[in-house]
Design a protein around this ligand. Sequence first.
Ligand code: PLP
Length: 455
Amino acid sequence: STADYQAMDAAHHWHPFSDMADLNRKGSRVISSAQGVWLTDTDGNRFIDGMSGLWCVNVGYGREEIVEAVARQLRDLPYYNTFFQCTHPAAAEFAEALANVAPPQMNRVFFTNSGSESNDTVFRLARVYWDCLGKPSKKIFIGRKNGYHGSTATATSMGGMAAMHGQSGLPFNGFAHIDQPYWYGEGRPEGLSPEEFGKLRAKQLEAKIDELGEENVCAFIAEPIQGAGGVIIPPESYWPEIQRICNEREILLITDEVICGFGRTGSWWGAETYGVTPDLMPIAKGMTSGYQPMGGVFISDKVAGPVMEKAGEFYHGYTYSGHPAACAAGLASLRILQEEKLVERVRDVLAPRMAKLWAGLADHPLVGETRTRGFLGAIELVKNKETGERFDGDLGVGGMARDLSVGKHGLVMRAVGDTMIASPPYVMTEEELDEMAARARATLDDLADKLTREG
Ligand code: PLP
């Protein structure tokens, strides 16, 4: 029963990113099955999964093609490694299929098991690249405040999550951070249009390179759209300016495509959406649509060439790099994206509809701003709609909205502070998307009632 699972879980399972004392008081929600965009818990309650799990189940739940492909692979070859010049058919086929959809300058993929490992790989590979070019002093990574690149010590250092840094004495030396281009969050700075603001924010990279010394800077890493930081959609002026700076200064450009990749922003890559040409691209999540744990790094010819020639071996890899079952899942998921034209569906059907529906939510008294790009959306909850004044952080208004949304309205959305986030599967029907927006509005109404009642 649900109570049995909750008891076992509370006694023995330490959850990632969860307040364990609170969880033990309330009991976890036990999700036991899923189909399409719908989750079912052990009490039979159904929820619309507005988050695709953790931004990953892009092709939706219950895809028999993927299940079959994984089962077949496990029968044929459940495991073999890709170290020491070995490969297997699934790794070779998946690598080729990925290269076919990658940006033109990227022809190789290094397999990992997660986005965090992908970013650790990027960190080491970028440093090896500069060594090979005879510039070993170029070691510093510049990331962004509130950026998220994973939970390993290196990925945490690259990211800019203050709470994560605070808990473990990070970042390590060799990491610097600039501000994110968060126009609304910065209080819509007076006298600056979003475009002017975006350009100013990008110029911080130039200033940071000058401060650190170009000869010491290895790379700049950022998510095309900052996801876990609150779906921060940059003004159009932002990325072209970043690209200009990276072209003029000798530093590598890395777009973390763990969320934005595989169609989330309406084209295959966030870099494509914003017209930039990265040197390295970490990927994960949508790579297998979450059916198997997997990540990877796309490596441009510019980086691959010198490293292969000069370093010879890159002393790096994971036992499960290119795991056969993960490759089989990834290949099947990629085929679904291609055969069902799901990236085009995001661009032509889901993104415009979500933009319209989220714009429709902006008139709610609790909503300061809504924004969308591709099939990503955010709703900013504020105390004062006109001035943008925020609620006292201790109230946990975002958390209240999330609990009401899931508990009462059967809609899973994520709260980042007081920002409600959505990132649904690409197979969501237009009716389901309308239903999702209706449930979001009902949640906002309930939240308004609750806040009034509680003063
Ligand atoms: N990079 C980005 C942009 C992410 O959003 C995440 C996870 O949410 C990661 C990296 C880390 O991926 P993983 O949780 O698979 O290690």
